[in-house]
Design a protein around this ligand. Structure first.
Ligand SMILES: *Cc1c(COP(=O)(O)O)cnc(C)c1O
Length: 450
């Protein structure tokens, strides 16, 4: 490992780049500056979002991205990789330490790609996959016909019970009937704890591999606030930009099964995942993103991160209780993680209406289907809230109650016109906008304004 003191060239180079952009391309620079301001001036409550530390973004934008290479540290197909090898090894070591994993692959370009890599490594086209239905809270890559996962594989979906909770008995029954090669657990819209050990028992009973996708809850897992799947699942995947507050990108982790020989191959599971990433599905890794992941994993290993994750969870609970107290209906009645799913259909609204009315007032959320939803994904009957960014801003229970009251103010004042159209009293809009602006000024995004 090289050790050195900084020459300051990174900061100077980033500054030079920004100056050149402003001079040469004012149109684009203006858009980027306005987007920068927007992030600080609105309340981001999209459950899949967060905000990366500027040191993470500095890595992603550094000149290391210029390096073209293929392969892995110590086994590249190009010369000149001594330093990028050290960066990638650092990212791998930090990922392994953070999650207690035996093997980590930091090259996947996204969470979706990480899932494709695992599925294509463990299955052949036409093999059976059992994953959570998209409409029940699963992800596109868990077997939806809109994604390759549902086109190249024979996908069977499991759902939730009437309360919106995972129905493990149904999962077990579908597994026995369909004998899947891979079972996928983990979700995009599920506010409750996932019992990974139970999923593994079901997988073992039918001889399936278990893939745990923790894209939404990776931060809670890293902080020890949600049980870890790493030793239960054969492979664990995550996006790095959601609850890990990292760069765009994906990560694959293997636990106790890392050295399992993969039937029908001469590879272990870890070797097969490495091969599945490169050369099977990807070429050159994005080394800026790899450096940024290394930075984010280090931040996530700090005591401050655990405090942040605790604020994420307690904030979501506060938000759920406040919504319930204001008479709103919550899918599963509450939350165990960072997410709250509101059923707005009961109030004669749609998710599309709620999303655009809230956006109009500076509160950024996303519409989401809920169990038994009569509407499709463009309209929906639900709204998904998350607390990652609010917690990062330092907001605690009192502020989350203020946020719930603001959302309630908008939703109760809304007059729907049709599935997506509505009217909102201008007085309510300006009152809520004013309060959002005050909250954002009181709790600015850390290090956002130089
Ligand atoms: C967001 C998400 C993904 C996809 O991640 P990208 O990095 O956006 O491709 C995969 N799985 C789940 C459960 C997700 O929520």
């Amino acid at each position: 490992m090289t050790t050195t003191t900084s020459t300051g060239v990174l900061a100077a180079y980033a500054g030079l780049g920004a100056h050149r952009l402003v001079e040469a391309d004012p149109l684009l620079a203006d858009l980027l500056e306005r987007e920068h301001a927007r992030q600080n001036e609105t309340l981001a409550m999209v459950a899949a979002s967060s905000s990366a530390d500027p040191s993470v973004l500095a890595c992603a934008g550094a000149s290391i991205s210029n390096v073209t290479t293929e392969g892995y540290p110590g086994a590249r197909y190009h010369a000149g990789c001594e330093l990028v090898d050290e960066v990638e090894r650092l990212a791998v070591e930090r990922a392994r330490a953070l999650f207690g994993a035996r093997y980590a692959n930091v090259q996947p370009h996204s969470g979706s790609t990480a899932n494709q890599i695992v599925l294509c490594t463990l299955m052949k086209p036409g093999d059976t996959l059992l994953g959570m239905e998209l409409s029940a809270g699963g992800h596109l890559t868990h077997g939806s016909p809109a994604s390759v996962s549902g086109r190249f594989f024979h996908a069977v979906g499991y759902g939730t019970d009437a309360d919106g909770r995972l129905d493990y008995a149904q999962v077990a029954e579908l597994a026995r009937t369909h004998r899947p090669k891979v079972i996928v657990c983990g979700a995009s819209a599920y506010p409750r704890t996932v019992d990974f050990a139970r999923f593994r028992r079901i997988a073992d009973e039918v001889g399936a591999f278990l893939l745990a996708d923790i894209s939404h809850i990776a931060g809670l897992v890293a902080a020890g606030l949600h049980p870890s799947p790493v030793d239960h699942a054969h492979a664990t995947t995550t996006s790095t930009y959601k609850q890990l507050y990292g760069p765009r990108g994906g990560l694959i982790l293997l636990g106790r099964d890392a050295d399992l020989p993969l039937p029908g191959t001469r590879r272990t599971l870890a070797q097969a995942i490495a091969h599945g990433t490169f050369p099977f599905l990807q070429g050159t890794p994005d080394l800026g993103a790899v450096a940024a992941k290394a930075r984010a994993f280090d931040l996530a290993a700090q005591p401050e991160f655990r405090a942040l994750a605790q604020r994420v969870v307690s904030g979501a609970r506060e938000l759920a209780e406040a919504f319930a107290g204001l008479g709103h209906t919550l899918v599963t009645g509450g939350t165990d993680n960072h997410m709250v799913l509101l059923d707005v259909g009961r109030r004669g609204l749609t998710g599309a209406i709620a999303e655009s009315a809230l956006a109009d007032c500076g509160i950024v959320v996303n519409r989401n289907r809920i169990p038994g939803d009569p509407h499709g994904p463009r309209i929906t009957s639900g709204v998904r809230f998350g607390t990652n960014t609010l917690a990062l801003r330092g907001m605690g229970p009192a502020e989350l109650r203020r946020c719930a009251a603001l959302v309630d103010r908008v939703l109760t004042a809304l007059v729907p016109r049709d599935e997506a159209g509505f009217a909102l009293d201008p007085a309510v809009r300006s009152e809520v906008r004013g309060e959002v602006a005050r909250l954002c000024r009181e709790f600015p995004l850390p290090h956002h304004t130089p």
